[in-house]
Design a protein around this ligand. Structure first.
Ligand SMILES: Cc1cc2nc3c(=O)[nH]c(=O)nc-3n(C[C@H](O)[C@H](O)[C@H](O)COP(=O)(O)OP(=O)(O)OC[C@H]3O[C@@H](n4cnc5c(N)ncnc54)[C@H](O)[C@@H]3O)c2cc1C
Length: 489
C-alpha cells in the first residue's frame, strides 16, 4: 500500500482521492480551507443556504459514471430533479425564451421563434450527440500526454464530424438566423471560458447536453454532491484534513516526497495536486521541479473570473425561475471587455440563480435565495466601491426586467470577487473557472497532467485536462489517480 497525498478538496481532489483509495492506497487529503468542496462550498446565514460556485447540473451521465465506479448511484446520496423549464433567457421585459425540459416542446419553441428552425435543431442535436458520445466517452478520459492517444479508429474516421477547426459561432450561425436562438445556442460555451468565436465547434456537444440531457438540480443544492463524495471518501478510509494548507513540496528521492503543511510534515509516495496549478508549481515546488515558468502562465488564456452576490430577499420575486440569463445587453461588447480589452464591463450580461424556486430548504418561507453573477476579466482591480456600483446596476436592471421591486427587500447580502478567489483558493489572477478551452489550449496543449520532472506527482483540476466545469473536474481526478497508480505499481 502506497501513501498518497491529494492537495485540495474540490471535485477533482475528492474524485482523485476516491479512485486512489478504492485501489487500496492510503490517501490523505489536504485542504487549506476549514471545509471541503473548493469552489463548490456552501454557507448558511439567516436561514439561507447559498451554493458558492457551481449551480448548473449538466451531463448527469458523468455523475452516474463517477458513482458507478464505486457501485453507487447519485440517488444513493441525493435527490435529483429535472428542472422544467430548464432555464430562461431574458432579452427584454416582454422578450423571454423559456427552455422547456421536453425536446418536443423545445422544437416547438424554435419553430415559433424562427420558421424552419425545428428541423435544423434536430440535425444540429444529432451532430451534437455524435460529438458528445465521442467527446465525453473517448476524448476527455485521455491523459493527453501525446496526440497518439487520440489516434483511434472512431476519432480518426469521425474527425471531420467533430469539427475541431471550425468555431461554435460559425457552426451555430450556419443553422440559425434569429439572434435570440443564436444567443441560446452560443451561451453554453461561455462556461468553457471563451467566446463562441474562439471555441472549436466540437463543443456544440454542450448544446446536446443542455437541451437533450437536461438541466438538473440536487435537492439541498450542489453542495449535496460534495457531501456525497465526502461520505464515499470516508467509507474508503480517506483521511480528510481541513484547515491544513500545504506550504512546501520537498522532492527527496525517487518516490519519496515530504510535504510541509500548517499541521505538520508528511511523507508520501505520490502526490496529486488539485489546487491552483500555477500556485502549486510557483510557490510550493523548487524551480528545477516545475513544468512551467511565469512567462508560460502569463501567455495562457484564462477563463473569466466573476463578481458574485449572494442575496436573501424577504419576498418572492416575480418572473424569476431557477436559472435566469439576463441577455438584455450586447454579448459582443461584454465579451470584448472580458477578452480583447480587459476592463470592468460597461453594460454586462449577468446570470441569476434562484434555487428557492425549486427547493424550500435554501431560504426561509416566502423568501428568495438569489445568486447573482457577472463574468469579468481575470486580474482586474477589485474594490468594495466597484462591487457596490455593479450591485446597484444589476439590481436595478433586474427590477426593471422582472417588473418587481427587490432592493428594499434585501435582508442578506454578501459579495465575492477576484480578491476572494485569490485568498480562498490561491487562484492565479483570481480566475474563477480555470483555463479557457480554446483550440490552442485543448488536450496536449493544456498544462500537463503529469509533472515531467517528478515522476510520482500529477496534477488535476480545472487548469489541466480536460478543462473547467464540474464533470471535467470529476474526470480529471480520475485520470490523475489512474496515472499515478500506474506509475507506482
Ligand atoms: C462561481 C462559479 C460558478 C460555476 N458554475 C459552474 C456550473 O454551474 N457548472 C459547472 O459544471 N461548473 C461550474 N463552475 C466551475 C466548477 O465549479 C469548477 O471547474 C470546479 O469546481 C473546479 O474544481 P477543482 O477541484 O478543479 O478546483 P477547486 O474547487 O478550486 O478545488 C481546489 C482546492 O484546492 C485547495 N487548495 C489550494 N491550494 C492549496 C494548498 N496549498 N494546500 C491545501 N489546499 C489547497 C483550495 O482551497 C480548493 O479547495 C463554476 C465555478 C465558479 C467559481
Amino acid at each position: 500500500m502506497n501513501r498518497i497525498a491529494v492537495i485540495g478538496s474540490g471535485f477533482s481532489g475528492l474524485s482523485a482521492a476516491c479512485f486512489a483509495a478504492a485501489r487500496g492506497q492510503k490517501v490523505t487529503l489536504f485542504e487549506k480551507n476549514n471545509m471541503i468542496g473548493g469552489r463548490a462550498r456552501a454557507f448558511s446565514e439567516q436561514g439561507f443556504t447559498f451554493d458558492m460556485g457551481p449551480s448548473w447540473y449538466w451531463m448527469p451521465d458523468i455523475f452516474e459514471d463517477f458513482f458507478a465506479a464505486f457501485n453507487k448511484r447519485p440517488e444513493d446520496y441525493y435527490k435529483l430533479v429535472r428542472l422544467d423549464p430548464g432555464f430562461q433567457m431574458i432579452f427584454g421585459k416582454n422578450d423571454i425564451l423559456r427552455i422547456p425540459a421536453e425536446l418536443k416542446d423545445i422544437y416547438e419553441l424554435f419553430e415559433q421563434t424562427e420558421t424552419g428552425s425545428a428541423d435544423k435543431l434536430r440535425k444540429f442535436l444529432a451532430e451534437g450527440k455524435f460529438k458528445y458520445t465521442v467527446g465525453m466517452q473517448k476524448l476527455v478520459y485521455k491523459p493527453s500526454f501525446s496526440w497518439l492517444e487520440f489516434a483511434n479508429r472512431e476519432v480518426i474516421s469521425g474527425a471531420a464530424k467533430l469539427q475541431l477547426f471550425k468555431s461554435v459561432s460559425s457552426h451555430v450561425r450556419s443553422y440559425f438566423k434569429d439572434e435570440r436562438l443564436i444567443a441560446l445556442m452560443e451561451f453554453p460555451v461561455l462556461f468553457l471560458g471563451a467566446t463562441a468565436k474562439k471555441i472549436p465547434a466540437l463543443y456544440s456537444l454542450m448544446n446536446y447536453a443542455a437541451l437533450s440531457l437536461g438541466t438538473w438540480y440536487p435537492m439541498g443544492g450542489m453542495v449535496e454532491i460534495i457531501k456525497a463524495m465526502e461520505k464515499l471518501a470516508l467509507s474508503l478510509d480517506v483521511d480528510i484534513l481541513t484547515g491544513c494548507e500545504v506550504n512546501k513540496i520537498n522532492v527527496l528521492k525517487e518516490r519519496s516526497v515530504k510535504i510541509n503543511t500548517t499541521k505538520g510534515n508528511f511523507m508520501t509516495d505520490g502526490i496529486i495536486a488539485t489546487g491552483d496549478y500555477h500556485h502549486i508549481e510557483q510557490n510550493l515546488l523548487d524551480r528545477p521541479y516545475r513544468n512551467y515558468n511565469e512567462a508560460y502562465w502569463n501567455k495562457k488564456t484564462l477563463a473569466p473570473s466573476c463578481l458574485i452576490f449572494y442575496i436573501g430577499v424577504s419576498k418572492k420575486v416575480k418572473k424569476l425561475i431557477h436559472h435566469n440569463l439576463f441577455f438584455d445587453a450586447s454579448m459582443e461588447s461584454h465579451s470584448a471587455e472580458i477578452y480583447t480589452n480587459p476592463k470592468w464591463p460597461t453594460n454586462p450580461l449577468f446570470y441569476v440563480c434562484c434555487p428557492s424556486k425549486t427547493d424550500e430548504t435554501v431560504a426561509p418561507e416566502e423568501m428568495e435565495n438569489l445568486f447573482l453573477l457577472i463574468p469579468i476579466a481575470p486580474g482586474l482591480e477589485d474594490t468594495e466601491a466597484t462591487r457596490e456600483y455593479y450591485y446597484r446596476h444589476i439590481i436595478k436592471r433586474m427590477e426593471e426586467l422582472c417588473d418587481d421591486s427587490i432592493m428594499p427587500y434585501v435582508v442578506y447580502k454578501k459579495s465575492y470577487c477576484i480578491n476572494d478567489f485569490v485568498s480562498d483558493y490561491h487562484a492565479y489572477k483570481g480566475n474563477a473557472y480555470g483555463l479557457a478551452n480554446t483550440i490552442r489550449q485543448t488536450a496536449v496543449l493544456k498544462p500537463s497532467l503529469r509533472n515531467k520532472k517528478v515522476k510520482n506527482m500529477f496534477y488535476a483540476g480545472q487548469l489541466t485536462v480536460p478543462g473547467p466545469g464540474v464533470p471535467p473536474a470529476l474526470i480529471s481526478g480520475q485520470i490523475a489517480a489512474k496515472e499515478l497508480l500506474n506509475y507506482l505499481k
